[in-house]
Design a protein around this ligand. Structure first.
Ligand code: DX5
Ligand code: ZN
Length: 218
């Protein structure tokens, strides 16, 4: 699969969010990564479906939605209705993964499951047959700009092996601490999609930095 860049807007200037989305569209990034946080599952609070919905009309890019919220099944329909293309929930945040997978797929959306750095791949075994994406966290979820935890690449290798031996179809995405130095390491381990936030929006020229990441993906 062609490697992809999913740009997290968490550390972008929220007063200019519409322009940012339109510029990301113009810059032909692959996906836009929305970090939804509830202040409960993670100790940070960001935004919900109400912020994503009005942005849908400004972009045809894939809306890659990372739900760092407790009991995401309670809010799933809001994100489906907001036009999210990929909805990723945390394994650690719900007891209703089977239902979430069913409802999301029935709505014609892609379903992902994310695991925190300390959560082993084994917990996902019974879901891997039927999901579209696994989001491997390379930081503790909650904040942008943290340091890449290289040990999680073991899980990337494990997911790659499992996908090959069982002929599964899920995409492997990595999220947290990805910059121009750590991206090549993660890509070499076999990730298909890299999420990048702070390394882009803390740089002097974010859209030049995006071009550098796109070079790495070639
Ligand atoms: C962290 C989020 C990440 C973050 C992007 O909980 O899931 O998507 O915003 O990470 P950085 O800023 O490290 O690229
Ligand atoms: Zn994220």
């Amino acid at each position: 699969m062609q490697k992809k860049l999913s740009v997290s807007i968490l550390d972008s200037d929220f007063s200019k969010i519409k322009e940012t989305i339109k510029k990301l569209e113009k810059n032909k990034v692959d996906w836009i990564h929305f970090d939804v946080m509830d202040g409960n599952f993670v100790s940070n609070l960001t935004f919900g479906a109400k912020l994503i919905k009005p942005l849908r009309k400004f972009s045809n890019l894939t809306f890659d939605t990372h739900l760092m919220i407790k009991n995401p099944e309670k809010y799933l329909q809001n994100f489906i209705d907001a036009g999210c293309d990929i909805i990723t929930v945390h394994y650690e945040a719900t007891k209703n993964l089977k239902k979430i997978i069913e409802v999301t797929k029935k709505a014609g959306k892609k379903i992902g499951i994310s695991i925190k750095p300390k959560t082993p791949v084994n917990v996902l075994k019974k879901y891997l047959c039927c999901i579209d994406l696994v989001l491997v966290m390379s930081v503790e979820p909650g904040f942008g700009g943290q340091i890449f935890n290289e040990s999680v690449l073991q899980k990337v290798l494990q997911l790659k092996d499992l996908r090959e031996t069982k002929n599964y179809k899920y995409i492997i995405e990595i999220d947290g601490g990805i910059n121009l130095q750590t991206a090549p390491i993660a890509l070499k381990a076999g990730v298909d999609v890299i999420v990048v936030g702070n390394a882009i929006f803390s740089s002097k020229n974010p859209f030049k930095t995006i071009d550098k990441f796109k070079q790495l993906l070639k």
